[in-house]
Design a protein around this ligand. Sequence first.
Ligand code: NAD
Ligand code: UDP
Length: 337
Amino acid sequence: MPEKETVLLTGGAGYIGSHIAVDLIDSGYNVVIADNFDNSSPEVIDRIEEITGVRPILYEIDVTNEEDLRQLFKENQIDSVIHLAGLKAVGESVELPLKYYSNNLNATLNLLKIMEEFGVNKIVFSSSATVYGVPETVPLTEDMPTSCTNPYGWTKLMGEQILTDAAKANEDLSVILLRYFNPVGAHKSGLIGEKPNGIPNNLMPYICDVAKGKRDHLSVFGNDYPTKDGTGVRDYIHILDLSSGHLKALEYAQDQKGVSVFNLGTGTGYSVLDIVNAFEKANNIKIPYEFTPRREGDVAECYADPKKALEILDWQAVHSLEEMCQDSWNWTQKTNS
Ligand code: NAD
Ligand code: UDP
């Protein structure tokens, strides 16, 4: 890197953004975070500083607010943007669709408007494997058909479309769409990690709650899927691998114009019971579970073909399932919630 580039992280105080902030700072970037702490807390900024020795610049703003975002761009020379800000609870998005469309889409639209005003042309977008809808076959490659089963998913797919159209209209724009599979784990320090509000929806945080004694058992949603043991199969990826994929994407955005899309997954599918067993073994803790009916909207199997990211970004996941389980538990033990 010739000069220190400055990267704006929208949603940078969140689970994924905080890990990316650490990696960017460690790699010599300047980091500016824009977050309204809707699903995070200012303490995360202290933690990022504790890990890296550098305090990122923070703007406590709503990314949908045009004037506040313009002020941020006036006060900082932003070179590129990683756009993570968004609401992400699938169930809530079904209950409150307008809240999701309004927040997630307006954040993207506003950001693109202000980026254009200030001549900022590089953006990496947090998309999701959810845009593949109900997969016809696995592993999933980036050119497979997209569709969604809930409003959250649609905000991701619509976000991809908005960015794609913006790149068509502005040939200087470089857009990287990253479709995440299932991020788990935490920073090795145990200082940052995922902090779900209330009862966790996702598997790994729920298992950690059971391990901590906050819940007495895990409900395994369905044991009659056409999978090796009847339980759902997903592509779990360590947050540190997911984060390093963003740094590679940022480097790639320097030279490319137009839109590129990449899966960020390991390429390996694990069942719910694989995860329970791996967690028990890695941490030497018993996780009691019971089978319950399938959760509505769940697919049997979802895992990535990660070859494109390897070939083009020179990126692949390197952290094992054992580390995912150990690091999730290490973080859970260190948090008070
Ligand atoms: P998170 O909730 O921990 O982080 C999102 C951050 O964005 C939070 O700190 C929240 O306060 C902030 N935010 C939300 N709306 C905002 C707004 N209008 N203005 C400013 N800040 C706002 O979630 P995460 O897991 O870190 O996810 C980051 C991104 O990745 C999200 O866009 C999410 O949809 C996407 N994603 C996450 C997963 C996952 O499993 N965690 C999977 C695929 C995609
Ligand atoms: N799951 C489960 N019990 C839970 C939470 C999740 O059995 O309490 C299962 C779920 O049915 C799916 C897998 O674990 O097969 C991963 O679920 P998660 O919500 O973490 O990710 P997603 O389904 O969104 O990919």
